[in-house]
Ligand binder design. Sequence first.
Ligand code: URA
Length: 185
Amino acid sequence: MKSWETLEGACLNCQKCDLWKTRRNVVIGKGNKNADIMFIGEGPGEQEDIQGYPFVGPAGQLLDRMLAAIDMSIDDVYIANIVKCRPPLNRDPKEEEQQACINYLRYQLKLIEPKIIVCLGRIAAKAIIDPDFRITKQRGQWVERKGYWITATYHPSALLRDESKKRPAWEYFKSIRDKYNQLKG
Ligand code: URA
């Protein structure tokens, strides 16, 4: 029997990789635990590490605006990351850190059972969809696997760095809405 209490207890005590040594908080997730859509980012940044919730810094504010543009809010989705502890100086999470953490995310997926999984950025797409995933070429494509519809888009931080990526990302968010409406029937 899977439970949120088991997951949270395991995560809060986790020392499976070295990231526990520098974390301020374990960032498990936020949003609706019965959501049909789950967004998966890379790992907590500084603000997330301080506050204990994912996507609360500038990238999170942009994500909130993009959700609002498709008439959604945090109450309609659940948001988590590939790793639950902040990699120092926001470096990419190492392969061994991702491997140590991924089973918590799998457990979370089983608890939530979303219909749609949206990978935010290269790291999440490689971990969830395909290790050879190319975000520039394959973003926006949908795959159905193990009962989930899965897709990937640019990470909101990439959109903040490069304005030219914003328009395709807005279009893409509409395709998430379309898929959601289609699956809702
Ligand atoms: N970037 C991520 O990938 N995740 C967060 O929670 C915040 C920023």
